[in-house]
Design a protein around this ligand. Sequence first.
Ligand SMILES: Nc1nc2c(c(=O)[nH]1)N[C@H]1C(S)=C(S)[C@@H](COP(=O)(O)OP(=O)(O)OC[C@H]3O[C@@H](n4cnc5c(=O)[nH]c(N)nc54)[C@H](O)[C@@H]3O)O[C@H]1N2
Ligand SMILES: Nc1nc2c(c(=O)[nH]1)N[C@H]1C(S)=C(S)[C@@H](COP(=O)(O)OP(=O)(O)OC[C@H]3O[C@@H](n4cnc5c(=O)[nH]c(N)nc54)[C@H](O)[C@@H]3O)O[C@H]1N2
Ligand code: SF4
Ligand SMILES: [Mo]
Length: 747
Amino acid sequence: MASTIEYRTCPFCEATCGLELHLNANKVTLVRGDRDDVFSQGFLCPKGTAFGHLEDDPDRLRTPQIRDRTTGQWRSVDWPEAFAAIEKGLAPILADGDRNAVAMYLGNPNVHSLSMLIYNRVLIKGLGSENIYSASTVDQVPKQVSSGLLFGSSLTVPIPDVDRTDYLLILGANPFVSNGSLCTAPDLPGRLRALIKRGGQMVVVDPRRTKTAEEASEHLFIRPGTDAYFLFALVNVLFAENLVNLGRLSDHSIGLDEVRSLADEFTPEAVEEICRIDAETISRVARELSRAKRAAVYARIGTCVQEFGTLASWLVDVINVLTGNLDREGGAMFPNPAAGGSRPDAKSGPGRGVSFGRRQSRVRGCPEIYGEFPVACLAEEITTPGSGQVRALITVAGNPAVSTPDSDVLNQALASLDFMVSVDIYRNETTRHADVILPAPSLLARSHYDIAFYQLSIRNIANYSPALVPLADHEMPEWEVLLRLGAIVSGLGSEVDPAALDDALATMFIERSIQRADSPISHLTVEEVLQHLGQRRGPDRILDLMLRTGPYGDVFTGDGGLTLDQLEDNPHGIDFGPLQPRVPEVLRTPSGKIELAPEPIVADVDRLSSALSQYKNYELVLIGRRDLRSNNSWMHNIKILVKGKDRCTLQMHPEDATRIGIQSGQVVRVISRVGELEVAAEVTDSLMPGVVSLPHGWGHSGDETQMAVAESRAGVNSNILTDGSLLDPLSGNAVLNGIPVEVSLVS
Ligand SMILES: Nc1nc2c(c(=O)[nH]1)N[C@H]1C(S)=C(S)[C@@H](COP(=O)(O)OP(=O)(O)OC[C@H]3O[C@@H](n4cnc5c(=O)[nH]c(N)nc54)[C@H](O)[C@@H]3O)O[C@H]1N2
Ligand SMILES: Nc1nc2c(c(=O)[nH]1)N[C@H]1C(S)=C(S)[C@@H](COP(=O)(O)OP(=O)(O)OC[C@H]3O[C@@H](n4cnc5c(=O)[nH]c(N)nc54)[C@H](O)[C@@H]3O)O[C@H]1N2
Ligand code: SF4
Ligand SMILES: [Mo]
């Protein structure tokens, strides 16, 4: 059979690169960057190249699996048997009347999947449990809390306009390796190099001299967990030196005076020792930020997975506002995504704002956050007896046994569950605890559209990838799997008609779209819209609805505006251009303004303030790190991505190594309050003294898992060391960096 060339968006990270896939007999024979992709223009990283290897990985699950609890043996079963087993396992637990007894955990790949983003909601709703957890609380939720409070919606996150800025201050992000996060920009490294080449500046604040720091105009080491102090001191200088200039935003902001007084005590001199950045440098950075023609502050996971994550995230945007850089070209801007954005005639005015803390977790009393509890609470909810105890768990595309704090405890908790179901492509450290694993189809058999990442993108882009091959007989689309699970947990049983459920869901989406304030289709009936949407089913139908009613959509008039058909005709994507100012229309706060000093944040400043005078000076603290050929915990089973030198090492500064008597290659024991492990040391001056670094996502034990390559390069799980009792209280996000540890030589 002749080979064909097809184009599709890479689903492995937030960069949304276009792939050029060479297919022969439905198998990927070559992967290249799609040079005609309107956004990525041929850029590709090693993970994208591995697309075909993932498809062909013999360990990737193809059929549902059931585990025999007595023998521990796994066997492949057909779909009806798998669903029947799930119904049998969950029904008695749900029949007890306590919906909270079944918990759900959603992992990172959910956000990269059109099916999962839309259809998980059905499952969550059907389940009706308060015990919903996700990878968000080991990642970006502090930014969603600060954005929610400042701008009125958890998804209204300002994105640095890297292509047009003159000065970029980056904290706690390593886009030369991660390829960007909460900043969708294929070839972000190239874009950052271009910024420097055109005479701009990039200043990186990071406890490690990362690849991004090496390429920067300037790198400042910062003590882990102290970004909020550094950022507050920048605010302090802006006020003290009369550098505050909101420009157009002064009419659209409230709370400026409060910010000024909150920043009073955080002078550069007061914070320099804590941050380990001298006062003069802090003042200089503040001046540079305010004087640059166009500047942006961008911060990512390093500033989120820490004790003051929400405060740090908030301060980033406060500075963008104070320097007049929010919502202006070259500053930090709001995308207007083709699916989910606002139409040109959208009205501005007060909105509902965000709400959280509507209930508390049963054991620890942690506040709910956007419908979830912190995943750091999951283990105790499973192991603590009493009414509301979690007895069963559904995981969808997640590996919490490796990616969330205090892993040893969670692993034991997972082993104690009465029943567990996982929707996943591997039998890994988490899914090995399941009674039933439901696989996902081949990537080629799914359609793809990045609903989530175009909301966080530096240009307004739309790019759709249709399914390229038909489903194999043994495959079931993920959306159907989720609908069927939803039917089981809501009591409809396993023998339902998924097409009817899908119609009901589409109808609900259409009704909501018609009823929305400002709806461009309020004159249409559900039936008319269904007719316009034609033969498509599943997520594609709902996507078409979103695109056609979105900012560039045709609103079912056939006027040439955006439709899914149009995207199918443009396999390299459509570029709707650079970001445009969106304030005030984008704001959804109760005041209709940017609320610079929201009450929950103001209250939290007290905590920062008290810590100022009693900052604990630990000899060694642990941070994480990412590697270009890795993707959290789940791409270690692909040979070309894990070959070469061991990457799961404990990096430490020569001064620390000498003091303890350690040389590169020697095995060291690392002990934290909650756990210990042994790992090879790597001595390097790329870390600041007093900081050690271990990547997360490793520790692929051979116990009952089916990932031969990963097991042969097992590494250790850094989350055995991270302490589940440490949270950013406002967001419930886990503290994964700055963990106090002791390191000694294993004799
Ligand atoms: N110490 C420390 N811990 C961290 C971090 C850190 O920096 N330091 N980072 C955190 C961050 S940012 C994140 S996002 C989390 C990630 O946390 P998780 O999402 O829990 O972990 P992943 O490793 O991304 O696991 C993804 C799972 O999805 C499965 N999967 C992959 N593709 C598909 C698919 O198409 N369908 C289905 N059904 N399943 C699929 C994989 O097999 C794997 O089981 O980890 C967090 N943990
Ligand atoms: N290759 C690869 N790419 C990925 C992933 C992957 O695992 N591998 N994961 C994806 C996911 S899920 C995410 S969320 C993104 C994350 O994307 P990024 O946020 O860019 O991720 P990191 O590379 O972990 O960068 C975080 C940086 O914060 C630094 N840091 C640690 N503690 C602190 C601190 O207290 N303050 C400051 N200022 N810095 C600190 C670390 O040294 C590190 O350099 O990457 C995505 N892309
Ligand atoms: S940078 Fe991200 S989207 Fe681009 S090829 Fe690599 S993994 Fe895929
Ligand atoms: Mo993440």
